[in-house]
Design a protein around this ligand. Structure first.
Ligand code: NI
Length: 255
């Protein structure tokens, strides 16, 4: 069930049987030489819609602009400041909470969104803490690539060439969704990331856009995007939906 394709009466009726809702969280940013600008939002939306079908969940509109300032050196990238994204997530949650939604599951497609989303969650819980109250809200953000079956699968398929950005996994999922839009990626692999780089820049903790463009001129950050295929993408998407449904059910059942 999709919120945008429902009437208010249908949402009212849904709330009588479930307090849960799934929210895709993405980004609009370069994804290397053959990846689509919308990759993160497209992957998150496909997984969320798959969950809605399999778990009978409601899926709310995607937040398609994320915190991605470091990619502004590449044409087409649109970034929100962290403070903007925090404010948007808080208002999004408050709006749904007002109607009676209590369990919000964010399917995340962009590493740079995790820190702002968690900051927003803490502020939302904190409003009740400061007022001496108790909230029924339970908020969870899950980046799809960290779901257990998906994580295992992408290591098996791509090893270290999964890298950090324009990953063969995310390109593969978009290839499964939009096969005609994805060209073959460059055959030559990108620069390999050092363990120190991975440690210091995890969660898309990158420097400014000019430095990022200098260091990663074609937009791939340690990811060999050309290893992607539509067949891999279909398997990854299916595994992500299955794992996310289990994770979502656990959130619904949490006391
Ligand atoms: Ni991405």
């Amino acid at each position: 069930m999709k919120l945008q394709l429902s009437t208010w009466q249908e949402v009212d009726a849904y709330l009588k049987r479930s307090k849960g809702v799934v929210v895709p969280l993405g980004s609009t940013e370069q994804h290397g030489p053959n990846g689509l600008i919308g990759t993160d939002a497209l992957c998150a939306t496909a997984i969320a819609e798959g969950m809605a079908e399999r778990a009978g969940a409601l899926v709310a509109p995607a937040i398609t602009i994320g915190a991605a300032q470091f990619n502004l050196g590449f044409a087409g990238t649109i970034s929100a400041r962290s403070s903007t994204l925090i404010a948007l997530i808080e208002d999004y949650v408050r709006s749904l909470a007002r109607h009676g939604f209590e369990r919000l599951y964010f399917v995340n497609g962009h590493g740079g969104n995790v820190a702002p989303a968690k900051a927003a969650f803490q502020d939302l819980y904190g409003e009740q803490s400061l007022a001496g109250g108790k909230t029924r809200l339970r908020l969870r953000i899950r980046s799809w690539w960290e779901l257990p079956t998906v994580d295992r699968m992408r290591r098996e398929l791509f090893g270290d060439w999964e890298g950090m950005h324009a990953t063969p996994s995310e390109v593969a999922i978009t290839q499964a969704l939009y096969p005609a839009l994805i060209a073959a990626g460059p055959a030559e692999p990108p620069r390999r990331l050092t363990p120190e780089f991975l440690r210091d820049h995890a969660g898309d903790n990158h420097y400014d856009a000019a430095t990022h463009r200098r260091d990663f001129p074609d937009g791939r950050v340690g990811s060999h995007s050309a290893l992607a295929s539509a067949a891999h993408g279909a398997r990854l998407l299916d595994a992500a939906i299955a794992d996310a449904v289990v994770d979502y059910q656990a959130l619904l059942e949490e006391k």
